[in-house]
Design a binder for this molecule. Sequence first.
Ligand code: TNX
Length: 573
Amino acid sequence: MKFRMLLLAALPLVLAVGCGGNEVRTTDNIARECALIPFPRVFELQEGGLYLDASTFAVDSRFDNASKEKIREFASLLSDCSGTRVRIKELAPAAGNGSVEGASLSFVLDDSLSPEEYSLDAGPQGAVVRASDYNSVLYSLATLRQLLPVEIYCCSDGSRCTAGVAKSSCKGVEWTIPFCHIEDYPQYSYRGVMLDCSRHFFTVDEVKRFLDIMAEYKLNRFHWHLTDDQGWRVEIKKYPQLTEVGSVRGGTMVGRDFDSDDGVPHGGFYTQDELRDVVAYAQELGITIVPEVDLPGHMVAALASYPELGCTGGPYDVRRIWGIADDVLCAGKDATYRFLDDVINEIADIFPGELFHIGGDECPKVRWENCPDCQAKIAELGLADKDGVSAEQYLQNYVTDHVRQTLAAKGKRIIGWEEIAEGNLDKNAMVHYWRGWKSVEETLCKFTADGYDVLMSPTNFFYIDYAQSEDRSSEPLSYNSTLTIEKMYLYDSTKLLSPEQLAHVKGVQANLWTEYIADWKQIEYMLLPRMFALSCIAWDGDERPDFETFMDEVRKHQFQVLDILGYNYRKGN
Ligand code: TNX
């Protein structure tokens, strides 16, 4: 077992070690328990601890500027919290274990570690962090924050603190980390959350707050659902109507009543400058954004803007009710392909990540079956019903492959909801597994056996638009299913996969659809604390400890962090 948490026998008390004129104080009076989420892969906790305030940090001069800047920020955070001076010295790495004399904390660039991997050794002679890249520096700092007293979050940035938590609460705090040995690296390279900003629009500042909390718990992908039937949320220069018309719906169904309409317009969109700003913000947090344009279904907002792109020509209204619309993009008209290329090219230029999500889910074929243009296209391509797959599904494959090529020309790789794998699909495409109610053998096992890389978001483990309690009447209105944090933590969807198939599973992601969430505080509530379970699954894989241990760690420390940072979360069992 790689996960170990040891409390070693008491080490002799070391009161003060003077090194090169710079004092490194150590203490044995730290009774503080440490609760790290996600769990480090190896964590040995030892008696005694190390003061980090009023000290010097040594930084390996070979780190890139962005990494150095983050270490500098951490030092000034500590200075600020402690009211002492934490200095930074940039040096070539010291021989041996990298510990620099006179420094309480030394950061060493270590190429032998994997991407995102870091280690931490803290003992009487000081602490050494070894890190391989920018994200591993970020993760070592996140771990250090969790090892420090929770007040480190109060002082981090006054603007993020809740009213009740003032900087004065830092008085008398001992800025120590325990002596420990940590080796840490993620199970999955893709550790994500999806936020649906179409069904309800959320501001740039709200999205950034979402990214902040993800990053603190070592999540590194933000899947941004930007378009859907109920609202188009991204500025496209070549198609201004998309935001002029498609970003506003005239009303919204009330509760779960599909026959109702509140008559209150709901809208909003992101300009391209705003999107670039969020991209840069995420990048600094070590998060890559995966933008989604859901196609060819879930396109009513676009059809309302450009009715000529539909099979019937409309008119269409930006959709006011949830569920699946029969109206989809017409796959028989050249204008549709031009539209898709233009839209995708503009968006691809904004998001530097390799993956581009093309949706592909829930695309009813009733319009295509009755559309002369679609049927002509089917004839032209020589498509026919075959192997239990309809000609119209093969037409969707054709649309998928068209956008795949457009994106490939930009150096991008497509990912799409698992329906894109029905029929033909290029082997380089990534499949986003989500239909948890279907037979795993016929879906996940098949995708991976066929050689597709897969992202895991099964409804039964990762749909955080579901209520957090079996007693849904005690919870805010939500999608009418339940996903408790315990159920999520017990995720085991890959248990039937062979090692070869497992190697195709690139990551896990929770999805936050927002049909029933109009209010930002409810977004936080749906995310938290379930995001901690996601973070452990993503980082620790099958090596995570049992649920009770996990929940203890969450309650002991993470709830305090959330309180201090002012996040809304579910406190009950
Ligand atoms: C299914 S998940 C959808 C979404 C809904 C969600 C509600 C997926 C690919 N499609 O359009 O918002 O269910 O849980």
